[in-house]
Every structure is written in structure tokens, then in C-alpha cells.
Design a protein around this ligand. Sequence first.
Ligand SMILES: NC(=O)c1ccc[n+]([C@@H]2O[C@H](COP(=O)([O-])OP(=O)(O)OC[C@H]3O[C@@H](n4cnc5c(N)ncnc54)[C@H](O)[C@@H]3O)[C@@H](O)[C@H]2O)c1
Length: 437
Amino acid sequence: MNKGLPIAPAEGKLGILLVGLGAVSTTTIAGTMAVRKGLAKPIGSLTQMGTIRLGKRTENRTPAIGEFVPLAGLNDIVFGGWDIFEDNCYDAARTAGVLEPALLDQIKDELAAVTPMPAVFDRQYVKRLDGPNVKKGKNKKDLAEQVIEDIRRFKAQHKLDRLVLVWAGSTEVFMTESPVHETLAAFEKGLEDSDPAIPSSMIYAYAAIREGLPYANAAPNLSADIPALVELAAKTGSPVVGKDLKTGQTLIKTIIAPGLKARLLGVNGWYSTNILGNRDGEVLDDPESFKTKEESKKSVLDYILQPNLYPDLYSALHHVVRINYYPPRGDNKEGWDNIDLFGWLGYPMQLKINFLCRDSILAAPIVLDVALFLDLAKRVGFSGIQEWLSFYFKSPMHAPEVYPEHDVFIQLMKLKNTLRYIRGEELITHLGREYYD
Ligand SMILES: NC(=O)c1ccc[n+]([C@@H]2O[C@H](COP(=O)([O-])OP(=O)(O)OC[C@H]3O[C@@H](n4cnc5c(N)ncnc54)[C@H](O)[C@@H]3O)[C@@H](O)[C@H]2O)c1
């Protein structure tokens, strides 16, 4: 039996560097600060509130996940990051308007001390934004080297032992894989030549992975999800994960769709629409950025419902996803889903879901979990794509020979079994014959 893997201890300080100090990042940072001061609870975070069952149901062993595997403590986290705007995180959190000023004021000094480093940014990739805090470089290679310098400086300045880097910047324009993404050699030449197929997010991803740092992509743009950077990750021992945090409407979709399929109920229409008024909504108002998001949001149903295996139930499915920028709602997104389904003998039914959610409130615990689990992965010696963290993503990165798993319940089982495997505990299959023998 597997005796568990050697795990380097979570000693010392962990730096979490976030690219883009907008709504998601500031809600994560301020939230972590509030939790460690005892001002609020880390609701929605598996690392902080989750448990894991071990062994047989008769054993009654269900430790907290944070006790079962060694994770960095919240008090050992130091936050930093980059943005094209110069606002510190207190001001940025006020602009984002997600958390109440009364809460932000209680952590004001600590939050204001997190200030953005100048960003790698090019309007070609995010058309609706522009800002003053941007690096200059002779080519993209030079910009990547500047990011590496930033990482090293931040590590030394805060006396950090380990670091994780998360892209939480705006959604970049839609892009598919091109020859410059195929191999590391082609990619590094592309950096020298400032190839247009290398957007800003890939420059940060390259810098992080070259330094051997774990890298996560909270947005749907390709970023590290290209063969060249997966090749680099294998060389430098860097765990990578993405893409696009699974919050809001897609989270609900991946909860409902497996249930309908489990009962073999047919679906011939799924219409999803949202109104969103934050800066993310403004960026997504550009059709090229929206296309990146749309692809990410639409793929989940095909993989969950498997129309190829169940043509009578799902081959006629019309799946439509819309996001409308509507400033009055700010970060408080409202989503409507209309599901046209059918049952026994083809009789039609409808299911309506109206989710008044808060985007960044759902995203922040995920960013924290992903950063802490990636740090664990690194200490366990995992590198490359971390499919066991697909629980958190709309478009999970996966090996080329398998299709991505989108069913949130299978994803959670995979995550927990990976933790059991790391610690040498029996994997749970839910067979349970032994209780009746
Ligand atoms: N909130 C959610 O539930 C959720 C879910 C899934 C994905 N996402 C994605 O996460 C990302 C962040 O979302 P948000 O709501 O915080 O958006 P936001 O607009 O509030 O923040 C993004 C920040 O990134 C900065 N930025 C853009 N390009 C940059 C660059 N090259 N370098 C440094 N900074 C850069 C912007 O200036 C902005 O401050 C978006 O791509 C969004 O689509 C969010």
C-alpha cells in the first residue's frame, strides 16, 4: 500500500503574487486579512472549512483538511502583485465596491501597504482598458526578465520561503494555439521577436514557471495552457492549473447538469444570461474578450451531458450564454437560466434558476484554496498540469489524451482522493460491500 508521499514542511512565509489587483484579488486579500483578525469567517473555502472522511464509515475519522495535509497558515501569507493602475489595495477594494467600507477600514493600514508593481500590459489584448503603471521593455523577453526580477525582489524584501503566482487580470482577447506556442524553443524565440501571439498573461506565466513557481490562471485566456509552458513546467518542477474560476452561473450549471443526467432526463435547451456591472463586465463587453469567456462557459455542458453517448437525450441541445454589461449592479451579478428538459415519453418540462450572486465573494475563497493547494503540490513534488484542482475551474487544463472532467462532484472526489493519496490513506470508492458481508 502507498505509505504517503514525502512532503516538505510548510515552514516560513508564503508569498501570493496576484496579477491584477481588481475585484477578485482585493476581495481575496482583504478577506484573508479580515479572517486572520477574526473579523469574519472564510466561508466557501475548502482549505479553511472543509473536512475529509478517512477509512470506513464505521471508523468516524473526519479531520479538517487543514489538519490532514500541511498547508501554509493564513498568518504566514504575504500578498503582492501587479496592476496597470497605481491604486493600493485599500483604494482598489473601495473602487471594486465588493466589501463594505466598514470592514475595509478595520484592515486599512495592512491593506493599503499592498501596492502594485508596474504591469506588463498591451491594449492589443484587453481593448477596454488603459492605465499608467506599465513597464517598458525592448521586447517581450525583456519584459519577462523584469517580471522575474520583481519576483526575486519581492521574495527577498519580505523574506519569503515560497511563492505562488495567480493571474487574476482581465480576460484577454480570444486566441487559439499557434506555432509559437508549440515548443519552449519556439516560445522563447517568440519572446525575443515580440510575437503578437504572446499576450501579457503568457509573459507572467513564463516568468513564474521559469522560476519554478506554481502558477494558476483565474481567467479564461490561454496563458499557461500551451504545450511550450507545460514543457517548461516539467523542466522547472512548477505545478500549473487553470483556467477560469468556476463561480456563479457555471458553478450552478455543473451542479444541476450532472443531476439531470444521472436521472437520464433529456435537455434540449439551456439559455443562460447575466447582467454584471463591474470592471470585468466592462472588459467582457468587448466582443473579443467575451468570445474567450463564451468558449469557456459553453464547453461544460457538452462534456457533462455526453451527447455522443446519449443522442436521444442531448444531441439537440441549444446552449446559449450571454453576459450584458449593466453598471447599476456592480459586482452583484444576476444570472437567469432557463432549462428546457423532457422526461418519460418525451414530455416537456422547464426549470428556471435566478441566481443573485456576488462574483468576487464566490471567487475569493477559490483563489485562496488554489494558492494553498498549489503550494502543497510544489512541496509534494508535483509538477505540470494539476488536474486534481479542476474542481475550481470552468475550463480545467488537462492532458491532451483525455477530455476534461466538468462534473463538480467527480472533481471533488478526485481532489479529496488526491489528498488521501498524498497522505497514504485508502482511496474512497464508495463501494461499501463490506458493511453487508
Ligand atoms: N469574479 C469571478 O467570479 C470570476 C470568475 C471567473 C473568472 N474571473 C476572471 O478573473 C479576472 C479578474 O476578475 P475581476 O472581477 O477581479 O476583474 P477586475 O477588472 O476587477 O480586475 C482585473 C484587474 O486586472 C488588471 N489588469 C488587466 N491586465 C493586466 C495586466 N496585463 N497586468 C496587470 N494587471 C492587469 C486590471 O487593471 C484590473 O485591475 C477576470 O479575467 C475575470 O474574467 C472572475
